[in-house]
Ligand binder design. Structure first.
Ligand code: COA
Ligand code: AMP
Length: 631
């Protein structure tokens, strides 16, 4: 079947399309229909009964595949490789679920997971799914305060953590961060389960903290608990425009169906194949394609604890692909740029046998044509850019590699996937002509697997995504669709920036900067960065009468962002200005400042209050090395 036929098959009869796709899943009770016109944006398979852990693990064991490899943990950080079969994974997950169940965790309870890239992180997620608990994984690069914000929003009964994560050159002690977060949060979990890693022993709090290994060894395995198709499988917090992250909800039934469909049809992965996604379980990519997707498909997933470069060198990716016979590999463009910078000729690629590899997938940020071309030339497999978001849970636009490899246009993530009616709208909400820039929106309903709402924030969900263009979901991305139907993603329409494939809120950083006692007003902008795509940069106006050395204040705010949001924010540069450029109505001209920092020609907007301020900003940015040249 061609892509065009596939897309037409969905468009002609979405109900039949998704009903058929749902047959790839084991249901305790099939849903009476696929689409339910209920909730703020519709729901899928709402009255079916199903269990995600059963579909990811137990059914493969029941079908006689218990000896098949489910997980390969490859850790250049600890110089080790660990393998788990589906049978072993079932035992470990059922016991961990048993530990939680014995302490009263039941269907609908929330559990926060704060762990590095080790098999236990995947086990924790699946153990929650097994008993119908709703997990919320918090990325390890976030600081205690960010964890506390999520604890107060999700109100978990338990937190599962490891004693530490391993970053090049340093051990990140997670347990003290978790302790600080629990102290800071108003909500307190009943208990925690802490995995003591050999690299770092955590101090345990008697009566609250359970030792993971001991508890699992002593546990009675728990069975899978069927849940409704619209039971939340998880909450995953993502950056919005403010410091309060958005709790994206994923319903179980649609999640399973969308992943069962996308793993073979987009990534070309089937039972027994090895799928490696070099992201982190703290991001949506990790949820969908490190944990659930490959296991639902009966494939082997690689959990990688390392970096593209420096662990030990820029050949790590190619070594892992060769060692484990990876068939499809997925990473962020920034990781390929990091490899390219260290090994421009690709000499380390040539040292490894990559014959198992069929395609390299890129997402998380725009894949610039130079990076795509470099990877194609060196790795000699199709390089596939695809576009999606935490909210959607699976690709909106992709080259459907498992169906038909379409012609690549470098810089475009190719075409909409079945389920997504992607349209480009003008400010008035009218579709624009092909090739014209506009806001990218998706006609409702969204397909299975996408967010039905935000966690206990339905109004915010409507305001953030549905109200601006009635009848559409607003993606927050701007771009265009060309004459051939290819989608081009050019920029965000909000204050979200993308740093090394990590989605960050400039609004959240501004909240931290504003809390410095010397700061009267501030703005954080995303400036072009040759490695990370974008980097945050802060501009500060100081309060009258402040006499502290501006260099000291900028150093302090850099430290504050690292402490409050986390190292992942990569906030390293700030400068002091007398005034911020604003429109006459008082809106700070962030995009104009970002253009100045990127060395682009800037025309003072007609609405600007005082054009002379732009020269002051230009001088201040020059003082911290901007513009530094085009990417
Ligand atoms: N736990 C604790 N700290 C973490 C962390 C984690 N899980 N992940 C990252 N950090 C820290 C890093 O150690 C770094 O700290 P530093 O400021 O002390 O150096 C900081 O957060 C920024 O990390 P990162 O953005 O990863 O930058 P880097 O300079 O360490 O590495 C790349 C650069 C390009 C190699 C790296 O960004 C990368 O591999 N990116 C891929 C991104 C990706 O997979 N994104 C997921 C979307 S698909
Ligand atoms: P996240 O929710 O963290 O996955 O980030 C989603 C955002 O990252 C999208 O809304 C885009 O702004 C950006 N993004 C992800 N993939 C791509 C891509 N292939 N091309 C351009 N931008 C992308």
């Amino acid at each position: 079947m061609s892509y065009q036929q596939l897309y037409a098959r969905w468009r002609d009869d979405p109900e039949a399309f998704w009903t058929q796709a749902a047959r790839a899943i084991d249901w305790d009770r099939p849903a009476s229909r696929a689409y339910f016109d209920q909730g703020p944006a519709g729901e899928w398979f709402a009255d079916g009964m199903v269990n995600a852990c059963w579909n990811a693990i137990d059914r493969h064991v029941a079908a006689g595949h218990g000896d098949r490899l489910a997980v390969i943990h490859d850790s250049p950080m600890t110089d080790s490789v660990t393998r788990l079969t589906y049978g072993e994974l079932q035992d470990r997950v059922a016991r961990l679920a048993g530990v939680m169940a014995a302490r009263g965790i039941a269907k609908g309870d929330r559990v926060i997971i704060y762990m590095p890239m080790i098999p236990e992180a995947l086990e924790a997620m699946l153990a929650c799914a097994r008993i119908g608990a709703i997990h919320s994984v918090v990325f390890g690069g976030f600081a205690a305060h960010e964890l506390a914000v999520r604890i107060d929003d999700a109100r978990p009964r338990a937190i599962l953590a490891a004693s530490c994560g391993l970053e090049p050159g340093r051990t990140v002690a997670y347990k003290p961060l978790m302790d600080r977060a629990i102290d800071e949060a108003a909500h307190k979990p009943d208990f925690t389960i802490v995995l003591q890693r050999p690299e770092c022993a955590a101090q345990m709090t008697a009566g609250r903290d359970l030792d993971w290994t001991e508890a699992v060894a002593a546990a009675t395995p728990a069975d899978c608990v069927p849940v409704e198709g619209n039971h939340p499988a998880y909450i995953l917090y993502t950056s919005g425009t403010t410091g309060q992250p958005k709790g994206v909800v994923r319903h179980t039934g649609g999640h399973l169906v969308a992943l069962a469909w996308s793993v073979p049809n987009i990534y070309g992965i089937g039972p027994g194949d090895v799928f490696w996604v070099a992201s982190d379980v703290g991001w949506v990519v990790g949820h969908s394609y490190i944990v659930y997707g490959p296991l639902i498909a009966g494939a082997t997933t690689v959990i990688f604890e390392g970096k593209p470069v420096g662990t030990p060198d820029a050949g790590t990716f190619w070594r892992v692909i060769a060692d484990h016979k990876v068939k499809s590999f997925f990473t962020a463009p920034t990781a390929i740029r990091a490899v390219k910078r260290e090994d421009p000729e690709g000499s380390l690629v040539a040292r490894h046998h990559l014959s198992s590899l069929q395609a390299l997938f890129l997402a998380g940020e725009r894949a610039d044509p130079d990076t795509v071309a470099w990877a194609e030339d060196r790795v000699k497999v199709p390089v596939i850019d695809h576009w999606w978001q935490t909210e959607t849970g699976w690709p909106i636009a992709a080259n459907p590699f498992g169906v038909e490899m379409m012609a690549v246009k470098k810089g475009s993530p190719t075409v909409p996937m079945p389920g997504y009616d992607v349209q480009v709208l003008d400010e008035a909400g009218q579709p624009v002509a092909p090739g014209t820039l506009g806001a990218i929106a998706i006609k409702l309903p969204l397909p299975p697997g996408t967010l039905p709402t935000l966690w206990q924030a339905e109004d915010r969900f409507r305001r953030a995504y549905l109200d601006h263009f009635p009848g559409f979901y607003e993606t927050g991305d701007a771009g265009y669709i060309d004459e051939d139907g290819y989608v081009w993603i050019m920029a965000r329409t909000d204050d979200v920036i993308n740093v090394a494939g990590h989605r960050l809120s400039t609004g959240a950083m501004e909240e931290v900067l504003s809390s410095h006692p010397a700061v009267a007003e501030c703005a954080v902008i995303g400036v072009a960065d040759p490695l990370k795509g974008q980097a945050p940069l802060g501009l500060l106006c100081l309060k009258k009468g402040v006499e502290t050395d501006p260099a000291q204040i900028t150093a302090e705010v850099v430290r504050m962002v690292r402490d409050r949001i986390g190292p992942v924010a990569a906030f390293k540069t700030a400068c002091v200005v007398d005034r911020l450029p604003k429109t006459r109505s008082g809106k700070i001209l962030r995009a104009t400042m970002a253009k100045i920092a990127d060395g682009e020609a800037v025309k003072a907007p007609a609405t600007i209050d005082d054009p002379a301020i732009l020269d002051e900003v230009r001088a201040a940015l020059a003082g911290v090395g901007y513009p530094m040249g085009s990417v």
